[in-house]
Design a protein around this ligand. Sequence first.
Ligand SMILES: NC(=O)c1ccc[n+]([C@@H]2O[C@H](COP(=O)([O-])OP(=O)(O)OC[C@H]3O[C@@H](n4cnc5c(N)ncnc54)[C@H](O)[C@@H]3O)[C@@H](O)[C@H]2O)c1
Length: 421
Amino acid sequence: MPAQDVLVIGLGYVGLPLAVQAARAGFRVTGYDTSARIAAGLNAGRSHVDDVSDAEVAAARAQGFRATAAEADIGPQDVIVICVPTPLSEADGPDLGAVRAAARAAGRLLRPGMLVSLESTTYPGTTEEVVRPLLEKTSGLTAGIGFSLVFSPERIDPGNPEFGLANTPKIVGGVTPSCADAATAFYGTICEQVVRAASAREAEMAKLLENTYRHVNIALVNEMAIFCRELGVDLHDAIRCAATKPFGFAPFYPGPGVGGHCIPIDPNYLSYKVRTLGYPFRFVELAQEINGRMPGYVTERAAELLNHNAQPVNGARVLLLGVTYKKDIADQRESPARPIARKLHGRGAAVAYHDPYVPAWQVDGQDVPRASDLEAAVAAADLVIVLQAHRDYDLARIAASARLLLDTRGVVPAAPHVEAL
Ligand SMILES: NC(=O)c1ccc[n+]([C@@H]2O[C@H](COP(=O)([O-])OP(=O)(O)OC[C@H]3O[C@@H](n4cnc5c(N)ncnc54)[C@H](O)[C@@H]3O)[C@@H](O)[C@H]2O)c1
């Protein structure tokens, strides 16, 4: 008999899809978020997350889902899932403040027989060394005896129409084998496949391995993009050819830099942990350096293109297309568009942007003008830079009316006035 009452702590990109899916699976779901605005919006049937529609929130509401920003409102639970943010501190190390606060809240709600699952991305050891003591101290219960505790990384890919929570295998790593049994039973009702890790540490590491793998491979092709241009090699064509190998190769593509909550941040959690051993995690640090330099490289290429047209950057009208961190979603966190706009501003360019997902955009507290008429803005710009090739963009048409175009994604049809990164 599956548990009936599920509490999701943190209702963002990770927590809200989970809450909606659990409600769909028949659980009575409560969502707890410290933002009263988010809780009120959800209770009114409004989603603030790309992958969840208002209709899905309304359907979850009809199935009993409710959100609250008041801990006192939360009744007895069978399962608590923690999906709070894990940002970087000012010193670029892990900031586990939200995880600690959520673990304390979970500890106050803990009753014998409950399952607690941490889904926030974090370094190996967090579940055992940080969350477990807080839960045990606050509740007086012991993990593996009085309650179950697991780490189960969220692996969603916002904007991916093919893979979501239900059909992406769910990893669970228990503090004890019986904890993993409890989590396997719970997640088995929501996800098609549950994969057991040896313990919570391996589950934590699996998530960081996935994100570090992406980070390092993106850095590899970004570095290649820079020298391939000088060698006169079309890297996109080389990747297309290499990707025909049916084994041993996964394609990654160069771009203007990495963004989002995961790739620029999560590997820092791992390098922090490795540094506690007294040595650096060199692959991650090198990848960070290379990916972090890409916005500067894009700006240099923009200046070079304008220069070929006998134009200085100072006073040039530059239109940025797509300022979110990935295509087809509204999330702007850590987007490389911001440092690019900052650098162009610094050189005196008149920067404007267009993005169907971003109604207003600020850089360093200043509003960047938004082009509402895409076609007119493209025609009026001295240089158009494609940063995100959102599916709404007709790239052939954009290229046809642009004077000069820098394509940071390698997706715009070739033309004499179009340059790929
Ligand atoms: N966004 C992704 O694509 C993604 C994918 C996989 C894993 N993750 C990981 O999942 C975790 C959550 O990420 P997210 O993108 O959902 O973040 P988010 O910022 O979208 O949402 C987090 C929510 O938690 C709330 N919150 C913060 N502190 C809280 C507290 N103490 N109690 C209750 N609510 C609190 C915030 O108000 C916010 O609404 C992070 O560790 C992230 O690395 C994210």
